[in-house]
Design a binder for this molecule. Structure first.
Ligand code: GUN
Length: 288
C-alpha cells in the first residue's frame, strides 16, 4: 500500500486563488487593498529569494506590497525605527521582518516592536499568548499551513494522538498549540526525548519539524498515520550534487503512512499562502 501524497503545492495555489478573489470585496468596503511590508536586513542569498517570492505572490493576490531593504550593517535602532514607521502606516496591515537578522542585531526587540495586530508572522509574544489562550489572533504561517493540510486530509483531528517533533518558536510550539486547540492529544518531542521511535509508533498524526535529514524512519510509523514533514534539509549526494530531503525518510514512510507530505511540494508552498491569508485577516480586523 502506498500513502496518499498530500499535494501542498496544489492546495496553496487554491488558497491563494481564494484570497485573491476575496481582495476586491475588502477593497470595495475599505477603499484600499490589504498591504504587506517585508523588511530584509543584509544580503543573505536564501532570504533574498524568500522575500522576492513573498513580494511577487502578494502582488499576484492583488495586494499592496512594500519591500524595505536595509544594509547588512544597519543598527538596531535603524531596524526598530523602520518597524515603528510601518506600525503607524495606514496602508500596511502586515509586517514581516525576515529572519535571521545579521549576527550583530538582537532579534527579540525587533519582533517585540511590531504591532501585534500587524504581526502576520505570528512571532510576537502577544500573538503566541493569544494562540495558547485560544483567543483570536495571528497564527504563524507554517503551522497554520500544516493545520490546513491536516484538516483537508482528516477533517476533525479531535481525539487523535498527535506527535510534534521539534519545539521551535516558529513551528513546533505553535503547531502543538493549534493541535491542542483542535482537541488532539498532543505530545511534543524534542532533542532530549527518550525513545522517539516509540512515540512515533503511537501517533495517528506525526508532524516533524526538527531539521534533521530523514530522522523519522518508515518502520517507526503506525500503519495509516498522517505524516506532515516540515523539514527542508539540503544533503550532499556526491558528484557535487545536493538533494532536498525532509525530516522523514519519505521512501520508507510512503509505504506505511496513510497520507504524507512530500519534500519539496508539501508544507513549503503553504507558508506564503498563509502569510497572504494572515494579511487579509489583519486587514479585516484593522478595518473593523
Ligand atoms: N525565515 C525563514 N522562515 C521565516 C519565517 O517564517 N518568518 C520570518 N520572519 N523569517 C523566516
Amino acid at each position: 500500500m502506498s500513502a496518499r501524497i498530500i499535494d501542498g503545492k496544489a492546495f496553496a495555489e487554491g488558497l491563494r486563488a481564494r484570497i485573491a478573489a476575496a481582495v476586491p470585496e475588502f477593497a470595495a468596503a475599505a477603499g484600499r487593498v490589504p498591504g504587506l511590508a517585508v523588511v530584509l536586513v543584509g544580503d543573505d542569498a536564501a532570504s533574498q529569494i524568500y522575500v522576492r517570492n513573498k513580494g511577487k505572490q502578494t502582488i499576484e493576490a492583488g495586494m499592496h506590497s512594500v519591500e524595505i531593504r536595509l544594509p547588512a550593517n544597519a543598527t538596531q535602532a535603524e531596524v526598530e525605527a523602520v518597524v515603528a514607521s510601518l506600525n503607524v502606516d495606514p496602508a500596511i496591515d502586515g509586517i514581516l521582518v525576515q529572519l535571521p537578522l545579521p549576527k550583530h542585531l538582537n532579534e527579540a526587540p525587533v519582533i517585540n516592536a511590531i504591532d501585534p495586530d500587524k504581526d502576520v508572522d505570528g512571532l510576537h509574544p502577544v500573538s503566541a499568548g493569544r494562540l495558547v489562550a485560544g483567543l483570536p489572533g495571528l497564527v504563524p504561517c507554517t503551522p497554520m499551513g500544516c493545520m490546513l493540510l491536516l484538516r483537508d486530509v482528516l477533517g476533525d483531528v479531535g481525539g487523535a494522538e498527535a506527535l510534534v517533533i521539534g519545539r521551535s518558536r516558529l513551528v513546533g510550539k505553535p503547531i502543538a498549540a493549534l493541535l491542542t486547540n483542535a482537541n488532539a492529544t498532543v505530545t511534543l518531542a524534542h532533542s532530549r526525548t527518550h525513545e522517539l521511535s516509540a512515540h512515533v509508533h503511537r501517533a495517528d498524526i506525526v508532524v516533524a519539524a526538527v531539521g534533521v535529514p530523514e530522522l523519522v524512519r518508515g518502520a517507526w510509523i503506525k500503519h495509516g498515520a498522517t505524516v506532515i514533514d516540515v523539514g527542508m534539509n539540503r544533503i550532499d549526494v556526491g558528484g557535487g550534487k545536493t538533494r532536498l530531503v525532509g525530516d522523514v525518510a519519505f521512501a520508507e514512510a510512503v509505504t506505511i503512512a496513510g497520507a504524507i507530505t512530500p519534500v519539496p511540494g508539501g508544507v513549503g508552498p503553504m507558508t506564503i499562502a498563509c502569510l497572504l491569508r494572515n494579511t487579509l485577516v489583519a486587514a479585516h480586523a484593522r478595518a473593523g
